[in-house]
Ligand binder design. Structure first.
Ligand code: ADP
Length: 553
């Protein structure tokens, strides 16, 4: 093994320490300060300064220094080519002067009472280009600068060069990102404005077409009516396109709001299918709806989910030739609701499937190219994702495709907690109050033993209906919750208001006869109330209060 000399080892050690200390911080200012401090101690000098060229590369200013007053540092400004630093910056070569008095080239300047007898100055370079200089002045104890000093200062200058260049790259990156964000904001705003502005005149055009079609402006021939229908259809396409663009700009800006409610997806699916009946009949395509049993509700925005289903069924009908079948099926699996649209159409090539859900992606050519712009799937995917669901595809070219939407099915409890949290957030934002009323049925366990799960299930459904009827405000939420409980979230009601309502519900329940499987039950309940902000700031605090009241009742 090659022997490494002691000198060399200590040199490597020094270099390692310099790099380690300089890299211990991310701030450029701190890095440069560490470098001049190292230069001062390692080279045993009175002063050190690090100067950088400005953007025009014409002037040098001090960025970090030791042994100089802040006033001198602030005022420092040296023209390239002038004085010692100016010379080094211009030539890009180091300079070592042991006795300045003997130097003819550089007249002695004793600015601010600082005298210089010896100095070492090296250029700072980035990719071969000089960007500044690193100076040290007056070796202590009148010692002379050595070759080793020059090497050390050059090593420090290299570190400074790297630090400056990294910082500048980072700055450029931040600036570029900032510009991109600005542009993106401008684009989203532009799209939103333009879409909005386009929507208004289109509405007016639609009104006049309607007037023509109804012959409100005189008789219209059957040929003219046909043309008007075409105009109307294309107007519809234009409106859909504008709506899609508007939706996307909202999604991208994070301003897309979902109005989630407990929703029966099969009812929505049937409506979507009805809407496509005529189109599929005309095209000679069979529409099938397949669902095996009653499905749980899902907590979704019904309008947005209708949009997703419409997009999927529309595509399936569009890309399936005459004689084909489009099947929409719904089922529950592992606490998920699966909705799939299967067609026996042209299918999608494996390589296209990867890009299917991106904006403005359209595939196929010639006969296979249908009207559209390639936004439907991108938006559908975003909507499903906003619902914490997934949208995926399986497809084989020439055979057909299946698009599957998977949505989480929330338990009554999870649904309720999400609802409660969002109501509290809303109330807090608007400086409002909100109350929680929990009704617990007496003898629930005994009842369940008599009439079973299903019996108590329908009993609770009936109680929910009675409570809803009593509360009677559409903004209030009533649901059955855990064994034998019905819970109501009353927006805008404080403790007192909630109590009045709870007592009224209790009365009503007492006079109402519930009958299940031929038996009648008198229903007695106890209740607990917790109000925001009176009883707590968050849902868990309110729920704790409810549990405490119920268990002590
Ligand atoms: P658009 O239908 O407006 O073009 P989409 O985003 O809905 O936009 O669809 C993008 C592309 O995906 C379509 O242009 C088509 O090439 C392909 N595609 C979508 N659905 C199907 C399908 N069921 N069968 C075959 N190709 C499809």
């Amino acid at each position: 093994m090659k022997r490494v000399s002691k000198d060399r080892l200590s040199w490597l050690n020094t270099l390692y320490e310099i790099a380690r200390d300089v890299n211990s911080t991310l701030s450029l200012k701190k890095r440069l300060n560490i470098i001049v401090e190292k230069a001062t101690t390692l080279l045993k000098v009175e002063r050190a300064s690090l100067m950088l060229l400005d953007k025009s590369s014409r002037f040098l200013t001090i960025q970090a220094a030791t042994g100089l007053s802040p006033a001198i540092i602030r005022k420092s400004r040296i023209k390239i080519g002038e004085g010692i630093s100016g010379w080094v910056a211009q030539k890009g070569r180091p300079l070592l002067i042991q006795d300045l008095r003997k130097e003819k080239r550089f007249p002695i300047q004793e600015k601010g009472g600082y005298s210089t007898h010896s100095l070492l100055s090296v250029p700072l370079k980035v990719r071969g280009k000089t960007i500044g200089v690193l100076n040290v002045n007056n070796k202590r104890k009148k010692a002379v600068f050595t070759r080793a000093d020059l090497d050390l200062l050059s090593a420090l200058a290299d570190e400074a060069g790297i630090a400056v260049s990294n910082a500048r790259l980072f700055e450029e990156l931040v600036e570029a990102n900032e510009r991109l964000r600005e542009l993106d904001k401008l684009k989203s705003g532009f799209v939103a404005n333009v879409s909005h502005e386009l929507r208004t005149p289109l509405g007016i055009v639609r009104n006049f077409i309607f007037a023509f079609q109804r012959e409100m402006a005189g008789e219209v021939s059957s040929r003219q009516k046909e043309y008007l229908t075409l105009v109307e259809e294309n107007l519809g396409r234009l409106e859909r396109l504008i709506d899609n663009l508007l939706d996307l700009s909202k999604i991208e800006a994070g301003r897309f709001e979902l109005k989630k409610i407990q929703t029966d997806l099969s009812a929505l699916a049937r409506r979507v299918f009805d809407a496509f009946q005529r189109k599929s009949d005309e095209k000679g395509i069979l529409l099938r709806l397949s669902q095996f049993k009653k499905l749980p509700f899902v907590y979704v925005d019904p309008d947005r989910m209708t949009e997703v289903m419409t997009n999927l069924v529309d595509n399936a009908v569009k890309y399936t030739p005459k004689g084909g079948t489009v099947t929409l099926s719904l089922k529950e699996e592992n606490k998920q609701l699966l909705l799939s649209v299967t067609d026996t159409g042209i299918g999608i090539r494996a390589k296209d499937q990867k890009e299917l859900f991106q904006k403005f992606r359209r595939f196929g050519a010639g006969l296979h190219r249908e009207k559209g712009v390639g936004l439907g799937l991108a938006i559908s995917k975003e909507i499903v994702t906003l619902h914490q669901g997934t949208l995926s595809v399986r497809s084989e070219e020439g055979k057909g495709s299946t698009f599957t939407v998977m949505l989480p099915v929330l338990s009554d409890e999870a649904f309720f907690l999400e609802k409660l949290a969002s109501e509290i957030r809303r109330a807090a934002g608007e400086g409002e109050v909100v109350s929680l009323v929990v009704l617990e049925l007496f003898n629930f366990e005994a009842m369940r033993d008599q009439i079973g799960e299903e019996g108590t299930g329908s009993l609770l459904d009936e109680v929910v209906a009675v409570v809803k009827e009593t509360v009677r405000r559409p903004t209030d939420i009533v649901t059955s919750y855990r064994q034998g409980r019905v819970i109501a979230i009353l927006a805008g009601a404080d403790r007192k208001g909630a109590k009045v309502l709870a007592l009224r519900v209790k009365e009503t329940l007492l006079t109402h006869l519930f009958s299940v499987q031929g038996r009648t039950f008198p229903l007695e309940v106890r209740f607990a109330i917790a109000s925001f902000p009176e009883d707590g700031q968050g849902q868990s605090e309110l729920m704790q209060k409810i549990e405490k009241t119920l268990s002590s009742a």
